[in-house]
Design a protein around this ligand. Structure first.
Ligand code: FAD
Ligand code: NAI
Length: 483
């Protein structure tokens, strides 16, 4: 070991969980270093901050989702139905990709600026936790450095899970990162997994002209989502041309000069084979914990590769914390970031907690699917009597005016107390609409509380208001069904 450096806090990983933890610790007066390996392995001297989310996740996928939706709007009947005629529309995929990269760079550089302004020390390299809250930092062609901290926050995130039956080859069979940067639109794209990545990337390439087939092992579509909402979403996506084959198991995939041939068994047990130009495998992500812990570090890893933590993200070892995709719970940027804040505050002696029952989920398709809390079937299975209020965007004036009158809102509340348990939406602006319910649930609101709130007219928010009224069969712009 060449030298020793001491910090109040060392954060390992500069994704949304790690960089937010580092900034909050610095705001609370601590001396903080944040170690990141991205960029170093590629020969760069400075680490690239922002993690999966900013570099190859949330942000580039949303850039492509927005760009591809504009292309679709301009080239389909959608604009014409508003009375707007366009000349022939063509795609400049490299300009679309360049814009995506520019958005990514602007945001990752923004994190560097925030680190500078908050005096967080960014350290480039790969880190391993040693015993006694020491950290080894390695960069290629240099002696490892030994750092020391009073607290260490592990925030190394996750990486795509591989399927033995369809190993990545970085060309024809790719992970989500590969699926964000094809050089041309594949004529036929196969996607394994109808989760968030499969649906979002499947939508991007379908809008740009690819024929997309999604193979999904489960027979239920989007199981975290209320059934009628998931069924409506499946119908809308099918109408958009996404061919989603539920209950289908991939058997094998083989690459040849022309593309990829897969074989799979469908829900009836019949064997099929399909040829694609490219195949995206999106079957979940696994925590990045390989090589993170020295054998005597004193922190364990569970069988799924995650670091076990308590409700406040403390590991079994005093002064060592773990946050984000590396620990239990949904693999979402906002969940990791809030854990980062909670840990920083607890290190500073504040009684911070995080309400895991109100973490929203969103699939950024068009329309979006968004939800918070439990759905009707989950409550029924738990034996909790509930009432549901539903409202369709077909009866919402603003959605109709915009030509976006598809989908519905469902609010689920306790049958006795009326306290809201969850809200599930597919429809225009669902990601932002669901946030109203996150706030309401945080404040312990009842459906009646929401029903009593004045909602601006005409807005898509009125669909949420009407769904809240419908819980008590008081919807005004739809007929209330007798229970
Ligand atoms: P990460 O963002 O993975 O960051 C961890 C960082 O640690 C990485 O930069 C890694 O290089 C670094 N690291 C790992 N090991 C070491 C080591 N030993 N030493 C030094 N550095 C190390 N979530 C949402 O909420 N909304 C979305 O819209 C969304 N879209 C997504 C789209 C795609 C295509 C993908 C793949 C993911 C998406 N996610 C989305 C998930 C989101 O990206 C993750 O939940 C989030 O990035 C997790 O944050 P994290 O800080 O825990 O880990
Ligand atoms: P996921 O867990 O959301 O979906 C994976 C899907 O693949 C599941 O439906 C699963 O049943 C299916 N599957 C698994 N093995 C299979 C097999 N052998 N054959 C066919 N289907 C199979 O994982 P995904 O989409 O890879 O995303 C990874 C993580 O990234 C998720 O945790 C997600 O939360 C996060 N993410 C979030 C986004 C968002 O918030 N909008 C966008 C993209 C990713």
């Amino acid at each position: 070991m060449a030298s020793a450096d001491s910090y109040d806090v060392i954060v390992i990983g500069a994704g949304p969980a790690g960089y937010v933890a580092a900034i909050r610790c610095a705001q609370l007066g601590m001396q903080v270093a944040c170690i990141e390996r991205r960029g170093v392995a590629a020969g760069g001297e400075a680490a690239v901050l922002g993690g999966t989310c900013l570099n190859v996740g949330c942000i580039p996928s949303k850039a492509l989702l927005d760009s591809s939706q504009r292309f679709l709007d301009a080239s389909s009947e959608s604009l014409a139905s508003h009375g707007v005629r366009t000349a022939e529309v063509s795609l400049d995929l490299s300009a679309m990709m360049a814009r995506k990269e520019q958005v990514v760079q602007q945001l990752t550089r923004g994190i560097s600026g925030l680190f500078k302004g908050n005096k967080v020390v960014p350290l480039a390299g790969e880190a391993t936790l040693l015993s006694g809250r020491a950290v080894e930092l390695r960069v290629p062609n240099a002696e490892p450095r030994r750092l020391q901290a009073k607290h260490v926050i592990l925030a190394t995130g996750s990486e795509p899970m591989a399927l033995p039956s369809a190993p990545f080859d970085a060309e024809r069979i790719v992970d989500s990162t590969g699926g964000l940067s094809f050089g041309e639109v594949p004529a036929r794209l196969g996607v394994i997994g109808a989760g968030a990545i499969g649906l979002e990337l499947g939508s991007v390439w379908s809008r740009l002209g690819a024929e997309v087939v999604i193979i999904e092992a489960l027979s239920d579509f989007l199981p975290a989502v209320d059934r009628p909402v998931a069924r409506e979403a499946a119908k809308l996506f099918a109408a958009q041309g996404l061919d989603i084959r539920l209950g289908s198991r991939l058997e094998s995939a083989s690459v040849d000069a022309d593309g990829v041939v897969i074989s799979y068994t469908d829900a009836q047990g019949e064997q099929h084979s399909e040829r694609f130009d490219r195949l995206i495998v999106a079957v979940g992500r696994q925590p990045c914990s390989d090589g993170l812990l020295a054998p005597d570090a004193g922190v364990t890893i569970d069988e799924s590769g995650r670091i076990p933590v308590d409700a406040h993200c403390a590991t079994a070892l005093d002064g060592v914390w773990a946050v984000g995709d590396l620990v239990r719970g949904p693999m979402l940027a906002h969940k990791g970031a809030e854990e980062g804040v909670m840990v920083a505050e607890r290190i500073a002696g504040k009684p911070a907690t995080l309400n895991y029952d109100t973490i929203p989920g969103v699939v950024y398709t068009h329309p979006e699917v968004a939800w918070v809390g439990r759905h009707e079937e989950q409550l029924q299975a738990a034996g909790i009597p509930c009432r549901v209020g539903a409202f369709s965007f077909a009866a919402n004036g603003r959605a109709l005016a915009a030509g976006e009158a598809k989908g519905l809102v469902r609010i689920i509340a306790d049958a006795e107390t009326d306290r809201i348990y969850g809200c599930h939406i597919v429809g225009p602006g669902a990601a932002d609409l669901v946030q109203q319910l996150v706030i309401a649930m945080e404040f312990g609101a009842s459906a009646e509380d929401l029903a009593l709130i004045v909602t601006a007219h005409p807005t898509v928010s009125e669909a949420v208001h009407e769904a809240a009224l419908a819980v008590d069969q008081r919807a005004l712009h739809a007929l209330n069904r007798r229970r």
